[in-house]
Design a protein around this ligand. Structure first.
Ligand code: AMP
Length: 215
């Protein structure tokens, strides 16, 4: 089974994808997480991506598709993938189609998590993450046990560089202009596209997703 989760930054894609991956035994493939790993490790790809990432702009399609191809090849025996934050452009969607065709795998569903811009700005302003292990928290809805400290590894939490208000506004515009049109692209295919209200408690959203997703 292969799924795509769409939604503006902060719509809850990562949280929901993580829960779905566990429930259905799928691999969550988050291009944002792969980029953050590469930047943390200081690889050439990470250094190349950083200036786009920090400005809230999209990293070039060739870089993203290369990274996705490598990850999919490295998990060739997976039951399927949940694509989180990918594809973000029509070129990436076409690239994904080619990668799935190569391995004879279908795309089973597309889910769009919908949250108003105002709520997004509020959520991202409260988001904290661990620069060491990548765990994500929210000051309001999912605080760490000890203020400012990662529950998992004890590292002081920071705000993601691209969660600063100016960059969030840019990321929302990029989503609206470049990624949201992809929903229309998938609506013209045979793959079902589900629109889900993401402005609810995590477990309510997750229950609805489980009702909608085949298997
Ligand atoms: P995310 O964690 O998914 O919100 O991604 C954070 C940032 O990583 C984005 O603002 C982009 O700079 C970059 N990024 C992540 N995924 C992609 C992608 N599929 N295409 C281009 N850039 C991406």
């Amino acid at each position: 089974m292969n799924l795509i989760l769409f939604g503006a930054p902060g719509a809850g894609k990562g949280t929901q994808a993580e829960l779905l991956a566990r429930r259905y035994g799928l691999v969550r493939l988050s291009t944002g997480d792969l980029l953050r790993d590469a930047m943390r490790e200081g690889t050439e790809l990470g250094r190349e991506a950083k200036r786009y990432y920090d400005a809230g702009e999209l990293v070039p399609d060739g870089v993203i598709l290369g990274m996705v191809r490598e990850t999919m090849q490295g998990a060739a025996d997976a039951a399927g993938f949940i694509f989180d934050g990918f594809p973000r452009t029509v070129t990436q969607a076409e690239g994904l189609q080619a990668l799935l065709d190569d391995v004879g795998q279908p795309l089973d569903a597309v889910v769009v998590l919908e949250v108003d811009d105002e709520e997004i700005v509020r959520r991202l302003g409260a988001r904290l993450s661990c620069p060491q292990c990548g765990a994500v928290y929210n000051r309001d809805s999912n605080p760490p046990k000890e203020e400012g400290i990662c529950d998992r590894c004890g590292t002081p939490l920071t705000q993601r560089e691209d969660d600063r208000p100016e960059t969030v506004r840019r990321r929302l515009a990029v989503y609206r202009d470049q990624t949201a049109p992809l929903i229309g692209f998938y609506e013209q295919t045979d793959t079902p596209v589900h629109h889900v209200n993401g402005d609810r408690a995590v477990d309510e959203v997750q229950s609805e997703l489980r009702r909608l997703i085949p298997g």
